[in-house]
Design a protein around this ligand. Sequence first.
Ligand code: ADE
Length: 221
Amino acid sequence: MQEELEEYLKNIPHLVHSDLLNTISYKGEWKGRPLIVVKSGVGKVNAAMATQYLISHFPLSAVISQGVAGAVHPALNIGDIVLGESHVQHDLNVTALGFRKGEIPYSAVHDFPGDPVLLEKAKKACEKLGFSYMAGRIISGDQFISDSETIRQLSREFSAHAVDMEMAAIAQVCHINRMPFLSAKAISDRADRMAHTDFPKFLQSSAKKSFQLVEELLSSL
Ligand code: ADE
């Protein structure tokens, strides 16, 4: 989203706008290395398209996806960071044919991992910044969740920490391309009946925390 991109535009000098597929993208240099910043748009299809496009057209060394997410784990507060150890599509449902919820039929994997080296560095970056964080499962679906009962059910079904609308798609594309991937999200809401007011209220401050974490992480690479 624009609010998630804004921190990069404010803080990184000399970013040059470039048109990549249907995304808003900027290229530049940051912390001594080439960087491409992409606003993919909302939802799994946009996220998957942007990720595959980037991987196919640029010699990337890693994909870092950041921004905001809704809390699923009850111990998470607004502004806390969730680092994705694994990523599942919670709205993929072929249970009628005997598959588990989130399972991709006839595919060996449906719970796509984050890169362990980047995860460890991101944990250290959180500690250095004094950010409260949890590492765990991020679940994604093409829906904004704003209902406590749905969140309790998703928590039971997936033992998830956070919910968003893109991470599992990006993780899947990275996994298939053997591209190191890190997801680092800041909590903007609890995905409950207050989510529609919390999300716009905390979007900017949480997007900023997520940016600060990536900034610290890139300094340590
Ligand atoms: N991203 C941030 N909050 C969310 C929510 N409640 N549901 C889905 N994606 C989100």
